[in-house]
Design a binder for this molecule. Structure first.
Ligand code: SF4
Length: 470
């Protein structure tokens, strides 16, 4: 399925790419170009390329942080603790402990003599003041270098404080990239739910894996499933608690939304508890309707199937009527996408196609080969597809392709604004829900407001859309 991709070394060359990055940046071609190998992905970032990817620790933290009653303790220098709730604005219907940031704040003396005494004092203080059900200790870069025996502190604390789980998330930034952090988070979650699983699980309802309740999106998905009669047993990890996660082994099906972060957990739960999983996306009208139908087919009865199709038909029809006035102002506009995972990129391309827009550049931080193969089938010839991009590549290809809007996260926002093009935040910091049928309306409004704002004409000047202002 990779026959229509050309590497930049081929005849129609893309410029401005480091030699080591050539295989990770490809151009969708019109014909069947022979010899194309698809997008190289899943590799370590190239040193000096200034990757947009986050580190291993960040990958683990963004997955675990939404557990609202957990204590998240960063064992490392204070700088690592800058990854806080602010960059992962997941909402809670209960506890608020997860919104605070805690660090052992290792200094020079700790690096020389070891950080364990400080870590022990921190865990004692946590138990004394907060009594959480679980503490995640994130061991970051310097701890990986000095070799603190964090596991021993976890064992001692669990022995001393009955009922407390203390889980070491060994996440030095240099151990890989963000996807490795996702895997570590999945292993921490498996450790949490496996210790005392229900003896005879009821096998009903579903778990949602890979939704983090950004701007309340988990509540939207949960609402749809409840309306069609399918209960959500556990949510990984948006608006979850330690107790709610421990119920997960009793579900009949795992629904994996963010496959990049949660497929490892889904596979582990299938192996350990026999729970099958299905990938489903709640971004976009088509994907939301399809997700509801497939979940009802796999986890519901006849009534659930009928309700799923009825809900999808009515909510989709209502959304399409609300979207109609925006279509003339968006037709033919060009979108660039750079997001964390491949599944979200795929849903975004479908949404842009439905709005009559063209995706001219698409890339991800942690996309997998099968994601890129689907992406290739959805975009038009001439689209640049790239894995693990850096700001220079994004700038070069957005200029070359004349992108009108960039969809990305906090690290991409300044780049778009400096280039004078519109931006839509589809990452952890968003404040408006973009999931489900209503989410598509919010998304389209935001795209329209940003792309058709008069500010870009003033910033970019007339003629060449990327010319410096007069
Ligand atoms: S790369 Fe290392 S030092 Fe930097 S934030 Fe990640 S874990 Fe901390």
């Amino acid at each position: 399925m990779t026959a229509n991709l050309a590497c930049p070394a081929d005849e129609e060359a893309l410029t401005g790419i480091l030699d080591e990055r050539q295989g990770s940046v490809v151009l969708k071609e019109a014909g069947g170009a022979s010899g194309a190998k698809g997008v190289e992905c899943g590799k370590a970032s190239v040193s000096g390329a200034v990757s947009q990817r986050a580190c291993v620790f960040c990958g683990a933290r963004v997955v675990l942080n939404p557990i609202t009653d957990a204590f998240h303790l960063v064992h490392g220098p204070i700088g690592c603790a800058s990854y806080t709730w602010d960059i992962r604005g997941s909402l809670s219907s209960g506890p608020e402990l997860y919104r605070r940031s805690f660090s052992t704040d290792l200094g020079e003396k700790d690096v020389v003599f070891g950080g364990l005494p400080k870590l022990r004092r921190a865990v004692d203080e946590i138990w004394e003041k907060h009594r959480p059900p679980v503490v995640f200790i994130y061991s970051t870069c310097i701890v990986g270098v000095i070799g603190d025996d964090v596991d021993s502190v976890c064992r001692e604390a669990e022995a001393a404080f009955p009922g407390l789980r203390v889980i070491n998330v060994k996440a030095p930034g240099f151990a890989g990239h963000k996807a490795m952090g996702y895997r570590l988070a999945c292993e921490a979650l498996m450790s949490l739910i496996s210790r005392e699983p229900p003896e005879a699980p009821a096998r009903a309802g579903v778990n949602i894996l890979g939704d983090f309740n950004l701007a309340g999106e988990m509540w939207i998905i949960r609402g749809y499933l409840e309306r069609i009669g399918i209960p959500v047993v556990s949510a990984f990890t948006g608006d979850s608690t330690c107790a709610s996660l421990k119920k997960a082994p009793s579900a009949a099906l795992n629904v994996v939304q963010c496959a990049g972060s949660m497929q490892h957990l889904a596979r582990s739960m299938e192996e350990r508890f026999g729970i099958p999983y299905v990938k489903a996306s709640f971004f976009g009208l088509e994907d939301t309707a399809s997700a509801l139908s497939r979940i009802a087919d796999l986890a519901g009865d006849g009534a659930a199937r009928l309700k799923a199709r009825s809900l999808a038909r009515s909510a989709r029809g209502k959304a399409e009527r609300e979207l109609a006035p925006y279509l003339p102002g968006l037709a033919g506009k060009k979108a660039a996408i750079f997001v964390g995972g491949g599944f979200k990129a795929i849903s975004l391309i479908r949404q842009f196609n439905a709005l009559g827009m063209d995706t001219v550049l698409v890339g991800t931080q942690t996309g997998q080969r099968e994601d890129y193969e689907i992406i290739e089938t959805l975009v038009k010839p001439g689209t640049v597809i790239l894995d693990d991009a850096n700001p220079s590549e994004l700038e070069t290809f957005m200029r070359e392709k004349g992108a009108d809007i960039l969809v990305g996260g906090v690290k991409e926002r300044p780049l778009a604004y400096k280039l004078g093009i519109a931006f839509c935040d589809h990452n952890h910091e968003r404040k408006v829900p973009l999931a489900g049928f209503d989410g598509v309306i919010n998304f389209t409004r935001e795209i329209n407001l940003s792309i058709n704002s008069p500010v870009w004409r003033r910033v970019r000047g007339a003629g060449d859309p990327f010319a410096a202002p007069a």
